[in-house]
Design a protein around this ligand. Structure first.
Ligand SMILES: Cc1cc2nc3c(=O)[nH]c(=O)nc-3n(C[C@H](O)[C@H](O)[C@H](O)COP(=O)(O)OP(=O)(O)OC[C@H]3O[C@@H](n4cnc5c(N)ncnc54)[C@H](O)[C@@H]3O)c2cc1C
Length: 457
């Protein structure tokens, strides 16, 4: 008899887990209370990148008008902005729907049962599956929990509820605000500041920490801050929102140091949280906090005996590709084909302009570990391809172990940084040294040649 496995959640963690388990011969049921694809497809990665692509196109129109010195073009662009928002939203929804349909087709091909239902634990093997007009109980040999996370919005924003969007609802905003305040300078806040400013919205961004993207290298934070400021975004760093009120039907935020910000809308992008109340994991002897399930083994993804977890609910890395890998590892471990998950080599990309990306250790993280490091750096200002694209902001910084020459990590900023970072992810996974990386030939002219330039230093 094949192993009977339930996967709860069909986001980027759940659906690869289900496909991997089915490939290994298991009888798999995926239970999803909303749409296949999860946050990633419907209110996260894919919609935000679809909107950013539109923003890139508006920037291109602006660049052409500057190149041609044609003052008529910016005016045409303004009209386009006003008309285009609903079209941009439609395109974004079409992309998400297409990808979601693709997941369901893969499930059908793999003979995976897909149930639209809300799952909750009855005991450690049994789930109650609540559908629109009926409920049923099913028992499984093993269960993968991949229920994801939701936006975190502090209660203080209830006072201006009708003007507040979170990092999921912002995609449905009916029209572009003239003025937007973004609270949170992490990846989502910076990406929305980029795209909204391209679409002509006046953006102010509030970040509690003294710098943007506090989890990334300081040079990256500086570069992204400068690029946002050049786009007209006003930054309020080292400040938090103390209070909120409505005035003349508009939201007003009160920051530390008595600064008041007025806008048409507020986007709260200060993080994500797990709410497992509906899942009733306590019935299976599991405990959880707002950060996710407790006791998840970070290498095997096992929570207890036959119960595994993958994705945001593990609290390991709130990234789609990390969740996908975790799902695959969990499926293999359940099916008796042991695999190990390495959280330290999860690449990270932020789709600002320029894009920024990193993998492994940054310079300061390596130093904090007491490692003696060698830093090799090259700037996009000297890269032929970046110059042809008029996108010469950015750099490549490579961190290696001074004593062994082993690659420890890399940080990139520049065109296609989100793509180029994969070269370093592969090299880290393969355990490359700098000497081995120096053998690699990069095509000319490409942005990736900057890697070769850095290695030559
Ligand atoms: C605006 C935004 C932009 C982002 N951009 C990126 C990016 O560029 N790159 C990146 O890597 N990450 C990005 N992320 C993060 C990424 O979306 C998440 O890390 C990823 O979606 C997590 O995947 P998951 O499968 O764990 O959970 P989810 O995608 O949240 O999927 C979980 C699924 O489980 C279902 N579910 C929950 N509870 C139950 C239940 N009891 N019964 C049945 N079904 C249930 C939910 O309906 C959902 O479909 C972004 C997030 C946001 C909000």
């Amino acid at each position: 008899m094949p192993l009977k496995i339930a996967v709860i959640g069909a986001g980027p963690a759940g659906y690869p887990a289900a496909l991997a388990a089915a490939k290994l011969g298991a009888d798999v049921t995926v239970i999803e209370k909303a749409l296949a694809g999860g946050v990633c497809l419907h209110s996260g990665c894919i919609p935000s990148k679809s909107l950013l692509d539109a923003a890139h196109r508006f920037d291109a129109v602006r660049d052409i008008s500057v190149l041609c010195q044609d003052s008529a073009l910016p005016a045409a662009q303004e009209i386009l902005h006003a008309l285009a928002w609903s079209k941009i939203q439609q395109r974004q929804q079409t992309v998400s729907q297409k990808l979601a349909a693709g997941i369901l087709a893969l499930f059908r091909q793999a003979k995976i049962h897909f149930m639209e239902a809300r799952a909750s634990f009855q005991d450690s093997h049994t789930l109650l599956l609540a559908q629109k007009d009926q409920s049923q109980q099913l028992s499984f040999d093993a269960i993968i929990i991949a229920t994801g996370s939701t936006a975190f919005v502090p209660v203080l924003f209830d006072k201006i509820k009708q003007h507040v969007y979170d990092n999921s609802t912002i995609f449905q905003i009916p029209q572009l605000p003239k003025q937007l305040v973004i609270v949170g300078g992490g990846a989502i806040g910076c990406e929305f500041a980029t795209l909204m400013s391209s679409l002509g919205v006046q953006v102010q961004l509030v970040e509690m920490q003294p710098r943007l993207l506090p989890n990334l290298d300081e040079n990256i934070s500086r570069l992204v801050a400068q690029s946002l400021q050049k786009r007209g975004v006003i930054l309020h760093l080292g400040q938090s929102v103390r209070d909120a009120r409505t005035e003349a039907d508009k939201p007003v935020l009160l920051l530390d140091k008595e600064v008041e910000l007025k806008a048409d809308a507020v986007l709260v992008a200060i993080g994500r949280q797990c709410d497992l109340t509906d899942l009733c994991p306590e019935n299976a002897g599991l405990t959880w906090t707002r950060k996710g399930l407790t006791g998840v083994n970070p290498h095997t993804l096992q929570v207890k005996q036959h119960i595994y977890a993958a994705g945001d609910v593990t609290g390991l890395a709130l990234l789609a590709h990390a969740g996908s890998r975790q799902g695959i590892v969990a499926a293999h471990n359940i099916c008796g084909q042991p695999q190990t998950y390495h959280n330290e080599w999860v690449p990270n990309a932020v789709y600002t302009m320029p894009e920024v990306a990193s993998v492994g250790f940054t310079r300061s993280q390596a130093q904090a570990q007491g490692l003696e490091v060698k830093i090799q750096k090259a700037f996009m200002a000297a890269n032929g391809r970046a110059l042809t694209m008029a996108a010469a902001e950015g750099f490549v910084e490579i961190v290696s172990d001074k004593n062994t020459g082993r690659l420890l990590g890399a940080t990139l900023a520049g065109p296609s940084a989100s793509e180029i970072i994969s070269a370093f992810t592969v090299a880290l996974e393969a355990g490359f040294t700098i000497a081995q990386l120096q053998q690699v030939i990069f095509p000319h002219p490409t942005v990736s040649e900057a890697i070769g330039d850095a290695l030559a230093r």
